[in-house]
Design a protein around this ligand. Structure first.
Ligand code: ADP
Length: 166
């Protein structure tokens, strides 16, 4: 049983994340989308809201894929991953700009847990420019974000910013 952890802040989950999740679910027996509490970031959505949006997005986009689940964790990723019996950590690579930070993290995680391998997956190129920060900014100023995020997320953003589209 090959278990992979896909950790992130998911504030909120986007179609780019979902692309990586779909690819992972084809490579591994089980994929745990793991919401990380990151004290250095002050997220727009609370932890329960982000977890609910991941769950709703999975139900909306991949109802037939039964090997994906959502969870949240506190503390060190490697400790969580080992406790779950995972052998891999999945991260998405969009551009060279992601590389340096990801490379450092992967090497540090390997040092901490040698049996855990970090796997980098590239999304479809249409998601290369997509990130949660841009989505939050677009939604904040009333722009339509359908096409970049699942419906559950665009509705939650609209409610969050109390914007009425006509
Ligand atoms: P973190 O704060 O850990 O970077 P994110 O939620 O921003 O959490 O991202 C989680 C993972 O998903 C990271 O590996 C990130 O590179 C990847 N990711 C984010 N957006 C995309 C995207 N549009 N396409 C592919 N991977 C992505």
């Amino acid at each position: 049983m090959k278990i992979a952890i896909y950790p992130g802040t998911f504030d909120p989950i986007t179609n780019g994340h979902l692309d990586i999740i779909a690819r992972s679910s084809e490579l591994f027996d089980e994929v745990i989308v793991a919401l990380a509490r990151n004290s250095q970031k002050s997220p727009l959505f609370t932890e329960p809201e982000r977890l609910m949006l991941i769950e709703r997005s999975l139900a909306e986009c991949y109802p037939e894929r039964t090997n994906i689940r959502a969870d949240a964790f506190h503390g060190l990723l490697v400790e969580y991953a080992v406790a779950k019996g995972a052998t891999a950590v999945v991260r998405g690579l969009r551009a060279m700009s992601d590389f340096e930070y990801e490379f450092q993290m992967a090497l540090m995680n390997r040092k901490l847990a040698p049996a855990l391998t970090t796997v980098f997956l590239m999304p479809h190129e249409e998601y290369t420019y997509l990130n949660s920060t841009i989505i939050r900014e677009l939604a904040r100023y009333g722009k339509d974000v359908t096409g970049f995020v699942p419906r559950a997320v665009s509705e939650a953003l609209r409610e969050k910013f109390e914007i009425k589209y006509h």
